[in-house]
Design a protein around this ligand. Sequence first.
Ligand SMILES: Nc1ncnc2c1ncn2[C@@H]1O[C@H](COP(=O)(O)OP(=O)(O)OP(=O)(O)O)[C@@H](O)[C@H]1O
Ligand SMILES: [Mg+2]
Length: 364
Amino acid sequence: MSASDSIAASDVVPTGYRDLPDAVLVADGTGQVIVLNPAGERILGRAAAEVLGRDFRDVLALTDHAGRNWWDCTTPYSGLATRTGQPENRLLLTPFGGGESREVLVTARYVRDRPVGPVIRLVVCLRRATARQIAERGNAELVSIVAHELRSPLTSVKGFTATLLTKWERFTDEQKRLMLETINSDADRVTRLITELLDISRMESGRLELRRQPVDIPQRARSAFARQIGAGYSPDRFVLDVLGELPEVWADPDKVDQILSNLVENAIRHGAGRVDVVVQPADGGGAGVEVVVSDQGSGIAPEVAPRLFTKFWRDGRRGGTGLGLYITRGLVEAHGGSIDVETAPGGGASFRVRLPSATPPFAR
Ligand SMILES: Nc1ncnc2c1ncn2[C@@H]1O[C@H](COP(=O)(O)OP(=O)(O)OP(=O)(O)O)[C@@H](O)[C@H]1O
Ligand SMILES: [Mg+2]
C-alpha cells in the first residue's frame, strides 16, 4: 500500500473502524480496494495488504442463491445514478483465492460527491449469517413441532367423527361413548397446546403481566391437589406439609396455580406413588417461600436435568408436549424466583421453587 493509499484510507474511514465488529471494505472511484478492516481480513481470510489495490469484484466474490454474480446484478458504478446503496442481502461469499463459500449478510453504500454524480467510493459491510441462520432454523423447527403436535390430536378427532358420522348405527352406545371421550380429550389437548403457545409467546416477548397480590401458597397447593382428585386420582396420593412461619408472598395467583398444577401433574404423570408438597420459608426467612414438589417415581437422570426446562424437551414414554416445565420456569422467573430439580430422598424427582416475598412497595 502506498503512502497516498493510506492517507486516502484514513480519510474515508472513521476513527475506530479497526474495532468494528462488521467487516468493512471500501473501494475508490475506479473500483480498487482502498480499505479492508481487521474484521474484513478475518472474513476473507486474507491480510489487507494482499487485497489493497485489487478490483473489489475479485476480492469480494459474492453470488446470490441462484448462483448469479451479485456485482453483475447491482453494477454499483454504472447503474442508476439515483441509487445510493443496497439494503441488506443474504449472499454467498467465496473467499478470495478460493475456499468454501459461506453465507454473509451484505449492505452497500454508493458515495457520490454530488447528487446523481458518479460513484466516488463504494463501502461494503459484511457479517456472517450464522447467528441468524441458527435462529431461523430454531423458528422453522418450532413451526414443524407445533404443526406435528396439532396434527396428531386433530387427526384423531377427524377420524373418530368421520367414523361416527358414517357408521353411527353400527356401534354400541359404549363404543360411541369411548370415541366421544377420545375426541373430547384430544380437543382438550389442542386447546391446551394453544394456551401454552400463547403463554410462551407472551413470556418471550416480555408481555407477560403479573397481577401481584398476597397469595396463600398452601391453599393454592391444596387446590392443585383437588384438581387431580377431581380428575380421579386417590386423595391418599397427595400430602401437604407446611413447615414454619411463612412470610407474606405477593405473586400472581393464577400463575402460582399454573406453576403448582404443572409440577403436581408431572409428578403424577411422569412420577409414581405419593406426591409430597412441602411449603416452607426460603433460606433467610423473610426472603420468600420455597415450595418443594416430590414424587416416588424413578426420578430424573442427572444427564437429563439440564435439558428438562428447555422448550419441547420430553422423554419418549409418557411425555406430553414438553412445554410444561419451560413455561413453569418462565413463570417462576417472571416473579423473580428460581426453580431447580434434584433427587428426592426416595429416588423420585423433587422440584424446588423459590418465590421471593416481593411485598410492596417493591412489588412490580
Ligand atoms: N416428576 C417427574 N418425574 C420424572 N420425569 C419428569 C417429572 N417431571 C417432568 N419429567 C420429565 O420432563 C419432561 C418435560 O416435562 P414437561 O412438563 O416440560 O413436559 P411434559 O409433561 O412432557 O408435557 P406438557 O407440555 O404437557 O407438560 C417430561 O416429559 C418427563 O420426561
Ligand atoms: Mg408437564
